[in-house]
Design a protein around this ligand. Structure first.
Ligand SMILES: [Zn+2]
Length: 345
């Protein structure tokens, strides 16, 4: 049996030993039967370091996970194929996974596309259409850029809802509380509000998208389809749908699907909600997707897809860079843990 060494875990670590034991034939046979039908959808983001250069450790970690996936005989399908099998009322395909990539950055086309194609694994890319169009780069990346470049130790701002807020750069991850504060308030005019953020941080707002945050081109998106991948909509501007008016939410969901059909023939009618937690989209947004030609949608709530899940909010796991975590999410272990947790609660 092929068991790679875990990159992120001390060799002989308790978790690693438990997961390896759990994936040996008899426990796995029993575990899969107890877990029932499930299918993990993985979500990838960027594969660069803070300076925007390819991150070789992360890329190697993905490679190790994909080698394990192939050696163990798992199968990958596109998200569209998953929805089509649901339409045909087929049971969830087993020992199968879906891999998705969010946003549409250049490194995702240049590095992840060829890497996954090498393993014959289709990726479903969710792209922000106004980002690929060069009209904007995501408001949350502006926030990262500001925190990376400001000389200030704290940035006092007035949030779009009128509340005062101080971004404290002495915190270990200062963008997180700021991002959460911005996600939970009015997002209709968030791109105009960024002028205030830049001013408060005493920085010039860049005229063009900085290289680190550069999108893939439309041509690269079309070429990904030729490599066996899929391209799907992820709104026009990455604003948080739950904080938008009805008209703006519709424009984001339906508009991005229409943009994509014009730019990428053969694009895939599936959708991902920006940032994707269950507070980031509402039943209204789910209904806009349901009433459109889109076949279904994914969130970022971490879980495996299980029989009976809402096809307009299927859960996804962040793609781990630790192979032991990957083994756990890929197979029955995480599903069984979830079932045990809900029994105990
Ligand atoms: Zn996104």
């Amino acid at each position: 049996m092929y068991f790679p060494r875990a990159s992120g875990v001390r060799e002989g670590g308790m978790k690693q030993q438990l997961v390896h034991w759990g994936m040996s034939p008899l426990p796995r046979w029993i575990g899969r039967r107890l877990a029932g039908s499930f299918l993990p959808i993985f979500m990838l983001h960027r594969c660069t370091d803070n300076s925007g250069r390819p991150d070789p450790r992360q890329i190697q970690a993905f490679r190790d996970c994909l080698s394990y996936f192939r050696h163990q005989g798992y199968r990958a399908i596109s998200l569209q194929q998953l929805f089509e099998s649901m339409d045909a009322s087929e049971p969830l395909p087993q020992r199968t996974a879906v891999f998705t990539v969010d946003d549409g950055f250049h490194d995702q086309a240049e590095i992840l596309g060829p890497l996954f194609a090498e393993f014959d694994i289709p990726l479903t890319y969710f792209v922000i259409t106004d980002f690929l169009e060069g009209k904007l780069w995501s408001w949350d990346d502006h926030l990262l850029y500001v925190l990376e470049h400001t000389d200030l130790e704290s940035i006092p701002v007035t949030l779009p809802n009128g509340q005062d807020f101080v971004i404290d750069l002495s915190l270990p991850k200062p963008h997180r509380p700021a991002r959460e504060a911005l996600k939970s308030g009015d997002q209709n005019r968030i791109y105009d509000w960024l002028d205030h953020l830049y001013e408060a941080a005493r920085l010039e707002r860049p005229d063009v998208i900085p290289d680190t945050y550069r999108p893939m081109s439309w041509q690269q998106a079309r070429a990904l389809i030729d490599q066996g991948h899929a391209i799907a909509p992820h709104t026009r501007s990455h604003r948080i749908l739950s904080q938008l008016s009805d008209e703006e939410a519709r424009r984001e969901i339906i508009g991005s699907w229409e943009d994509l059909q014009r730019k990428v023939p053969g694009c895939s009618p599936v959708f991902a909600y920006p940032t994707g937690r269950n507070t980031d989209f509402t039943p209204r947004d789910r209904k806009i997707v349901e009433d459109s030609p889109l076949l279904g949608a994914v969130s970022t709530e971490p879980n495996s897809v299980q029989t009976g899940n809402d096809r307009y909010a299927l859960p996804r796991f962040g793609m781990p860079t630790d192979i032991v975590d990957f083994m756990q999410y890929l197979d029955y272990i995480e599903v069984l843990k979830g079932k045990l947790r809900s029994l105990l609660n």
